[in-house]
Design a protein around this ligand. Structure first.
Ligand SMILES: [Zn+2]
Length: 646
């Protein structure tokens, strides 16, 4: 273990190369490009039908032969209520469709032809079959297997031609149509990821997202003439077909997905991101007409993301980005796709509320954690969602600090905006919410799609942000920043697994942090330190003070204990936190006023910060302490709202 991370510490990857080309082309390649797509698709808005053909050039970069090909057909999750997605959605407590879905408002995707043209194997349409590798649900049609006549050996390639038709659902899970607004994501037959262990091609689950290899996308989309269109990549050609339709051809190298949107209502705005050391980025915004005055808020939040994520982790490599403001009531809130993302819609918010900025920063931030670093979102969703939640909060607190009531706290940043926290608190009343409520629901190391759907968000988003915050307070931001940038650069355009991050963290920190990840990530144990007892008794001309500190939770973390005396003396103890309790006894001229465990709030994972201190008599400083404790309760409540982001 130790040897491995020492080696790693010596081989920090070179930073990503800046790529100023703004044509969607990148040379030399940044990624393996082993799953590339040439797609032609036509949208008929009247019938909400997409007709498409695609050629996939796939290369086997694993060490095992492929005896079949596996494809995601995500839209079949919305074919009817019997899919695994819809069953899990019901479990998650998500509200059912209102109004209920008419039969033509469900979605579907049907493959009409599939053929292997290289190595030539002819038409394989008849041999396609649905499989359900995760739960055996015979009604689930989100994964297709096509057996191969001849296996494709490691290093070998295949060229696959597929034809399909799809019905666009009424918006669900941020995809679909409402009125003349179309947001088209996870929409084409998409090859799974072949790994040394076999195909990684999960069914579509309600609480998890996606996983795919990197490649080149060249996509021609035919839509009504005059409808603005936004898509992954850069528009290279626009051809009026003379029949009321126009074909837009988009291109992007080194991405792992492709999404697009069109609507006659979009306003199109453009701006540029410039920075002294980072490459310039063209920003294109597709805006709902009623949000015309909000363009700068979108651009400013996107600039903040490109700046801070770029400075902390590495430059944004694509040279352009498209921001989509989804239609009101589209259900298409914030969501990330390569070089394109959707921002929030609840934009009646007054200027002082930073929620829209938070959503925009979060979704733009996924360009780094999801887009560049391509972890498996079915299995380790915390790697992108948790890292991005932490980073979002940090960026928002940096850039909007002067204007937006972000508060700094005990020398470390506090990532949440006070006003938002208060609103959240009022909304939630006194219910226990977020990570504190769900802390023991799942160990984070459980595969994400197996988390209990109703509480998985707290573990994926909140817990990761809390343990990264804890690492920042404990190791310092310079060290955590080096850990995260080293990981970012080493795993750009690759598929890291959790141990890759843990090895990087120990290597950069220069000490083995396995014990911390064993508790924070590999278990569902809770951290909870508290002051059990504080007593001062006069004994002659001395006062005997007794402080009892307890570890109420199973998880262990070294903590400080601060005891403050009436005469102003302060004593700081360092406890390794391993036993279930410890006691400190002082013989002093003065009685104790206050005892506090973890006075600097390093352990942000502590599930009940309100038991962290005891006071013998009121004093000036007490008010501040109590306020701080309440503030942390608000903070944790606020973390719950992040579970609503994706
Ligand atoms: Zn997210």
């Amino acid at each position: 273990m130790r040897a491995a991370w020492c080696v790693l510490a010596l081989s920090v990857a070179a930073p990503l190369r800046a790529q100023p080309a703004r044509t969607g082309a990148i040379d030399p390649p940044l990624s393996p490009r082993n799953a590339s797509y040439t797609i032609r698709a036509t949208l008929d808005p009247a019938t909400r039908t997409i007709t498409g053909t695609e050629t996939i050039v796939w290369r086997n970069i694993s060490s095992r032969a492929a005896t079949d090909l596996q494809f995601h057909l995500y839209w079949n999750a919305w074919r009817d209520a019997r899919s695994t997605f819809m069953r899990e959605r019901a479990l998650s407590g998500a509200p059912s469709d209102n109004p209920p879905r008419r039969s033509d408002e469900w979605g579907r995707i049907d493959i009409s032809s599939i053929a292997l043209t290289s190595p030539a194997s002819g038409d394989l349409t008849a041999s396609q079959r649905f499989i359900a590798p995760d739960d055996g649900n015979e009604h689930d049609r989100t994964v297709l297997s096509v057996p191969l006549v001849l296996p494709i050996e490691p290093g070998g390639s295949a060229t696959i031609d597929i034809g399909w038709t799809a019905h666009v659902p009424r918006t669900i899970a941020r995809t679909g149509a409402i009125g003349n607004y179309f947001f088209i994501a996870q929409w084409f037959p998409k090859v799974g990821v072949l790994q040394d262990e076999g195909w990684n091609c999960h069914q579509f689950h309600a609480a998890t997202e996606f996983f795919a290899d990197y490649g080149v996308y060249d996509v021609s989309l035919t839509v009504p003439t005059g409808w603005p269109l936004g898509a992954t990549g850069v528009e290279r050609e626009k051809r009026d077909n003379g029949n009321g339709t126009t074909t837009h051809r988009y291109h992007q190298d080194d991405v792992h997905d492709f999404a697009w949107t069109t609507s006659p209502d979009y306003l199109v705005r453009t701006a540029t991101f410039e920075h002294p050391t980072l490459p310039a980025v063209d920003m294109r915004l597709l805006l709902q007409p009623e949000h015309d005055g909000q363009a700068d808020r979108h651009f400013d939040a996107t600039r903040a993301t490109l700046k801070y994520y770029g400075e902390w982790y590495g430059p944004y490599p694509y040279g352009h980005i498209t921001i989509v403001d989804p239609a009101w009531q589209s259900g298409a809130g914030g969501m990330e796709y390569p070089t394109l993302f959707t921002a929030g819609t609840r934009w009646l918010a007054p200027a002082r509320v930073t929620t829209p900025e938070s959503v925009t920063v979060h979704e733009a931030g996924h360009q780094f954690w999801y887009g560049v670093v391509g972890n498996n979102e079915f299995e380790h969703a915390w790697l992108d969602e948790g890292f991005n939640t932490f980073s979002t909060a940090r960026a928002v607190s940096q850039v909007f600090d002067p204007n937006y009531l972000a508060v700094r706290y005990f020398g470390g940043f506090v990532p949440w905006v006070f006003r938002d926290i208060r609103i959240s608190r009022e909304t939630d009343g006194n219910r226990l919410t977020g990570y504190r409520r769900d802390a023991e629901s799942d160990a984070q190391s459980t595969l994400s799609w197996r988390y209990f759907p109703a509480t998985g968000g707290s573990i994926t988003y909140n817990k990761t942000a809390l343990w990264l915050n804890t690492m920042e307070r404990w190791l310092g931001w310079p060290t955590l920043q080096r850990i995260m940038s080293t990981f970012f650069n080493a795993w750009a355009f690759k598929h890291p697994k959790p141990d890759d991050f843990f090895r990087t963290a120990s290597g950069v920190a220069g000490s083995d942090l396995t014990w911390f990840f064993d508790q924070a990530q590999r278990s569902s144990n809770v951290f909870d330190y508290g002051i059990q007892d504080l007593k001062s008794e006069r004994d002659g001309d001395r006062v005997r003070t007794t402080v009892v500190v307890r570890r109420y939770g199973e998880a262990v973390f070294p903590v400080e204990v601060l005891v403050t005396f009436e005469n102003g003396d302060r004593v700081t103890e360092r406890w390794d936190g391993r036993e279930r309790w410890t006691m400190y006894v002082y013989e002093r001229p003065s009685q104790a006023l206050h005892a506090q465990v973890d006075p600097n709030r390093v352990l942000l994972l502590d599930v009940s910060p309100t038991n962290n201190s005891r006071t013998l008599r009121p004093q000036g400083r007490r008010a501040a302490t109590k306020w701080s404790a309440k503030w942390l309760v608000w903070l944790e409540d606020y973390l719950l709202t992040w579970a609503a982001l994706v």
